[in-house]
Design a protein around this ligand. Structure first.
Ligand code: FES
Length: 198
């Protein structure tokens, strides 16, 4: 056995004690830090509601924010997109949003939204949870054929959704994209994570 000089042994013990105290100190100081957060910062840290400003979104543009670790899509739909939604029914599994788990009751309409202009959805494929790509433009340039009406394409296994998040027939995803709870705080401010009161 190698003999450790007394001084070195003492230093090691002191170092261990200091480290342990440091850890306790960190624990004690972390609690007041969390408590000192503002209510909205605390809500965010705990996955509470988030506010999204829609005022800069142009028709046809989409933004993505994170809520509870999930991508939330916000698409501003043009009049042309809205009129195309009405003609998509024949190739969709659930055009009338009959599967209740996929949207709140106030989003059970053709656009699956509170305001037709703004489509808000959780951007996770309902097959195995990949993030589909946005393919908003219609037609051949999308790479999905001449008759593509605009929507979302999941490259993992080929599922397709329209611009209301409604799933196509004959793809692996079984249901429409999920619409999160949301409400409008002002004309162009939406809050995700809180239900709209009808
Ligand atoms: S995860 Fe999207 S098609 Fe499989």
């Amino acid at each position: 056995m190698v003999a450790v000089p007394v001084d070195l042994r003492r230093r090691r013990i002191l170092l261990a004690a200091t480290t342990a105290l440091g850890a306790v100190g960190l624990g004690v100081s972390a609690v007041p830090f969390v408590l000192s957060m503002t209510p909205s910062a605390r809500a965010k840290a705990q996955g509470g509601p988030i506010e999204i400003d829609l005022s800069k979104l142009e028709p046809g543009q989409m933004l993505t924010v994170q809520w509870r670790g999930k991508p939330i899509w916000v698409l501003r739909r043009s009049n042309e997109i809205l009129s195309r939604l009405k003609t998509n029914g024949h190739f969709l599994v659930d055009p009338d949003s009959e599967v209740e788990t996929q949207q709140p009751a106030y989003a059970k309409n053709i656009g699956r939204s509170i305001k037709p202009e703004f489509f808000i959805a959780i951007g996770l494929c309902t097959h195995l949870g990949c993030v589909p790509s946005k393919k908003i433009a219609s037609g051949a340039l999308s790479g999905l054929g001449e008759d593509w009406p605009g929507g979302y394409f999941c490259a993992c296994h080929g599922s397709k959704f329209d611009l209301a998040g409604r799933v196509y027939k004959n793809v692996p995803a079984p249901t429409n994209l999920v619409i999160p709870p949301h409400r409008y705080l002002a004309d162009r401010i939406v809050e995700v994570g809180v239900h709209h009161v009808v």
